[in-house]
Structures are given as structure tokens and as C-alpha cells.
Write a protein of this length. Structure first.
Length: 114
């Protein structure tokens, strides 16, 4: 299975971005999935997850601002990011959640300017 995250970019604080994650096979129907991010000098963290049943979980720092969703028919997962803050600046990745991840891929860069 290959996962490709895209949709990042440069945005001002308070702005919005929507990230997408395309999968080569329909992994979404068999695995919980998540969006991770890694800021410079920090460890990669899981910021949002969606279970096979559609339940969602968020890290406290993004609750109320980020929304994770998926479209099984398109084999694509999304991360809608609103009210972005400079501390959201990171490389964002998609992968399985709550179990051992598969290959990480390149991720997509999000830079939030103040």
C-alpha cells in the first residue's frame, strides 16, 4: 500500500488548508487512519484519527480547528485545517492509526506565517 499526502502550502495565521491523502488500495475500510505531523526538532505526533466506523479523535491542540474525514469510494482521506496557527507548521503525513504504520512517504509541508 502506498500513501501520498498532498495539499500543503504557505498560509497566514488564521487561514485554512485542506490536506488530502490518496491510497493505492482501499486501506481505509480495514484500518483506522490518521494524520500525523512532525515539526522541526520535534517527534512525529498523531493529530487526528478516524476509525473504520467513522469515529474521530483529535489531539487537544487541534480540537475544534481540524476535521478529519474520508471518502472510501475515492480512497482518499482529508484533513480540513482552519484557524491555523504558526505552531501548526510541520510536515504532515497520513498513515494507519493505533497500529504499526506502513511506509511513511514524503508528507506535505504546511507553513503558517504569523
Amino acid at each position: 500500500v502506498q500513501l501520498q499526502a498532498y495539499g500543503g502550502g504557505l498560509v497566514q495565521a488564521g487561514g485554512s488548508l485542506r490536506l488530502s491523502c490518496a491510497a493505492s488500495t482501499n486501506i481505509f475500510s480495514i484500518s483506522a487512519m490518521g494524520w500525523y505531523r512532525q515539526a522541526p526538532g520535534k517527534q512525529r505526533e498523531l493529530v487526528a484519527a478516524i476509525t473504520r466506523g467513522g469515529s474521530t479523535n483529535y489531539v487537544d491542540s487541534v480540537k475544534g480547528r481540524f476535521t478529519i474525514s474520508r471518502d472510501n469510494a475515492k480512497i482518499t482521506m482529508y484533513l480540513e485545517m482552519n484557524s491555523l496557527k504558526p505552531e501548526d507548521t510541520a510536515v504532515y503525513y497520513c498513515n494507519r492509526a493505533f497500529i504499526e504504520p506502513i511506509s511513511w512517504g514524503h508528507g506535505t509541508h504546511v507553513t503558517v506565517s504569523s
